[in-house]
Design a protein around this ligand. Structure first.
Ligand code: IFM
Length: 423
């Protein structure tokens, strides 16, 4: 029996504005990229994949792969480059892009915040400033006004846990802070901003689906027999993976997690967006209180993608889908899944194995509505610059030439059939 997906299942790819548009000069990442030592090899986003001018050429590539959906983000700093000043040309260009997707039969899913903040927000304290919640509410309401006739599915915030861990605990992303106290303040504002955006969109579009794209990774003990490893792995999984979604479902996290109670966040998930890449093994480390007493490692000896980005572990996707469904009973989208693999050594198998897990989840009765591969094209991978290649299409940022990798036709065949080939 062919492993067929339900009718209407969305076959997509995912991108974010800063990583593909080019010349996003008015956000905190552009400023961050100018500091030596921040980005691998001194790389910069520069023209990125030139989507601000030529996204439509890549939309045509999506059509050639038989995709039916695409997840993109709008860049807040383009739409509102200064507090209260709207750039009408940017609004027009996003409408043109969204129409371009629609006209090609591609359903847009739009993210309102994907890592970047307008410089004026960042300079006012970013997510540590409580005013950011209201500013984001306005941004969301305006986007629903401008684009609501073209967009029914919205992601408020991409990977709030990574925004906080990388930006406020590890200091690797802007604002490059290392402070638990400041991390908690930012996290709570970010979650309140999600809730504000959720309601702002729904006031104008009661039938829209509004959710979050959350980075989920199973955390298993490095030494499964060791009780301290087991304890620390469970604890890290709880706060990194689930506490955030608990707050958005129930207004508070289970136990006494630092995120605490935020009653206004309750019941603000129409769906759970799952960004799944890999799993971590965790080892108890008494000398690392600043790391929550846990060191994260890949599984020893397991295959990993380029530059040790992560263990290749398709079953982890099934595990997080099951757990998200068990806890929240909300429809799910796989809003990101992919790997850096310049030579396409692993990607064809990776795609089929991860999609087999999605199919299994659907068979078990979990309402998974779509799968968005990260990414269509190689793009600017934040602190890793251009060295990590996530695309179904290789991109040379200098010439802007594209070359399909073999996995593009593997994914295209699955999308065309709406089914997986026999194993
Ligand atoms: O490129 C990123 C994306 O912006 C957020 N999720 C993970 C991807 C790959 O690292």
């Amino acid at each position: 029996m062919a492993r067929r997906f339900p009718r209407g299942f969305r076959w997509g790819t995912a991108t974010s504005a800063h990583q593909v548009e080019g010349c996003n000069r008015h956000n905190d990442w552009w400023a961050f990229e100018q500091h030596p030592g921040r980005i691998y090899g001194g790389h910069r986003s520069g023209r990125a994949c030139d989507w601000w001018r030529h996204a439509e050429a890549d939309f045509d590539r999506m059509v050639a792969l038989h995709l039916t959906a695409h997840r993109m983000s709008v860049e807040w700093s383009r739409l509102e480059p200064e507090l209260g000043r709207v750039d009408e040309a940017a609004v027009r260009r996003y409408r043109q892009m969204l129409l371009g997707l629609r006209d090609r039969g591609l359903e847009p899913m739009v993210t309102l915040h994907h890592f970047t903040l307008p410089l004026w927000v960042a300079q006012a304290g970013g997510w540590e400033n409580p005013d950011a919640v209201e500013w984001f509410r306005t941004h969301a309401r305006r986007c629903a006004e401008w684009f609501g006739d073209l967009v029914d599915v919205w992601v408020t915030v991409n990977e709030p846990n990574l925004v906080v861990v990388l930006g406020y605990l590890q200091g690797r992303h802007p604002p490059a802070v290392r402070s638990l106290r400041r991390a908690v303040v930012a996290a709570r504002h970010l979650l309140r901003a999600h809730a504000a955006a959720y309601h702002a969109v729904h006031e104008l579009q009661p039938h829209a689906r509004v959710g979050i794209a959350h980075h989920l990774r199973p955390m298993d003990p490095l030494r499964p027999q060791n009780p301290l490893d087991r304890w620390v792995a469970r604890w890290h999984s709880e706060w990194f993976n689930w506490a955030w979604l608990d707050v958005l479902q129930r207004g508070r996290a289970r136990g006494r997690w630092v995120l605490g109670r935020i009653p206004e966040c309750a019941a603000t998930l129409d769906f759970v967006g799952v960004n799944y890449y890999t799993r971590d093994r965790v080892r108890f480390s008494p000398g690392a209180p600043h790391l929550g007493f846990g060191l994260h490692r890949p599984t020893p000896g397991a295959p990993t993608s380029d530059f040790g980005y992560g263990e290749l572990y398709p079953e982890g996707l099934l595990r997080v889908l099951r757990e998200a469904w068990r806890r929240y009973r909300r429809p799910v989208y796989v809003t990101e899944n992919g790997l850096p693999d310049a030579e396409d050594r692993w990607r064809p198998r990776f795609l089929l194995d991860h999609l087999a897990c999605v199919h299994r989840a659907v068979e078990e009765g979990i309402p998974v509505l779509g799968y968005y591969h990260w990414s269509l094209v190689d793009n600017f991978e934040w602190t890793e610059g251009w060295r990590m290649k996530f695309g179904l299409f290789a991109v040379d940022p200098a010439s802007q030439r594209r070359r399909p990798r073999p996995s593009a036709s593997v994914y295209g065949a699955v999308c065309a059939a709406g089914a997986l080939p026999d194993p």
